[in-house]
Design a protein around this ligand. Structure first.
Ligand code: SAM
Length: 312
């Protein structure tokens, strides 16, 4: 039985099979650890809403080897919350079944000083049991307001999905949003919108005037500034801490291997930490441009496979 100081967090994640590699790359980038299970502990606090894969975060207050011991800990420590309620969350590969959860929430709720409030609770609490360890703490859910970004007024056949874009932003910037990010070939602005919604200092560049204009209209529609400049990425002189290059490819837009190589070379001068997305194996070209590929993932969707590389 041990009393947690409240600085450790339990994260619950989930992902569809086709996004597994992307999700695990994102977790490595945000938390600096590789995981296999769909839950993990970390002393880093990342707001769950940043990630499409984090379903819940429990700020751990107490842990114990049994429910009775956990109840005792709450009694001994005179745990008090005005207006609280327990929130149920499921954990793939562990956690509590509904009846067990109901029983645990009732047992803990009975010894917490304060009022249960099912409708306007100020304090959301969580309990679960993983591998014989009972965990109690403050529950933080994911706010999926970013899903509204799926409904952009201007769309584009080349665009990334909002889910992928959000994950790429997390992979590129890592744990802190206090950083600068550029999308030098930003298309309709999918990445720029996700980064802006996380409070990141982000800019986009787009060669095609009409697409750049539509990207800015999308940004304004969601309440952000015009963050996209109509400019060739080869002419960018500013430098950034991170970049996401969704390489123009020949399927929908006109591009050639020479042009793609030139864009990768230019990217090297723009940012330190770069995420490069291609449909083809371009590792040699990326390394020849002076990058070291430090991590990677592939995302298969339909007949397409996107290769995502994190480079420094
Ligand atoms: C794959 S699309 C990007 C799609 C984007 N990630 C989205 O979700 O909307 C690549 C974009 O790069 C633009 N582009 C091509 N060459 C460029 C250059 N030299 N500088 C800036 N943008 C460029 C193309 O016009 C195209 O819109």
């Amino acid at each position: 039985m041990s009393e947690a100081p409240g600085t450790e967090y339990l994260y619950v994640i989930n992902y569809p099979t086709f996004e597994r590699e992307l999700a695990l790359l994102e977790i490595r980038s945000l938390f600096g650890m590789h995981i296999e299970k769909k839950y993990f502990y970390s002393d880093r606090h990342i707001p769950p809403s940043r990630s499409v894969f984090i379903k819940a975060c429990i700020s751990i207050l107490y842990r114990a080897g049994s429910l009775d011991d956990l109840v005792d800990l709450l009694v001994q420590n005179r745990v008090r919350y005005e207006q609280f309620k327990f929130v149920r969350f499921s954990v793939v590969g562990g956690g509590l079944g509904y009846r067990e959860w109901l029983h645990s929430a009732a047992a803990l709720g009975a010894v917490i000083q304060g009022e249960v409030d099912m409708y306007t609770a100020e304090h959301l609490l969580g309990v679960t049991c993983l591998e014989g360890q009972w965990v109690f703490g403050v529950y933080e859910s994911c706010d999926s307001s970013w899903t509204a970004h799926d409904l952009k007024p201007h769309t584009y056949s080349n665009a990334l999905s909002v889910r992928t874009a959000r994950s790429l932003v997390n992979i590129a910037v890592g744990p802190s949003v206090d950083t600068s990010l550029v999308d030098p070939c930003c298309g309709i602005g999918t990445v720029v919108i996700e980064a802006a919604s996380m409070g990141i200092d982000v800019k986009g560049y787009e060669l095609n005037w009409s697409i750049a204009d539509k990207a800015n209209k999308n940004l304004i529609y969601f309440g952000f500034d015009r963050l996209v400049t109509k400019q060739d990425m080869h002419e960018i002189t500013e430098t950034f801490q991170a970049a996401i290059l969704d390489l123009p490819y020949g399927i929908f837009t006109h591009s050639t291997p020479q042009k793609q190589q030139a864009l990768i070379r230019s990217l090297r001068h723009i940012a330190v930490r770069c995420v490069i997305i291609t449909f083809e194996d371009m590792d040699e070209i990326i390394e020849d441009a002076g990058f070291t590929i430090i991590d990677r993932a592939t995302v298969n969707k339909g007949q397409f496979t996107r290769i995502i590389r994190l480079c420094e």
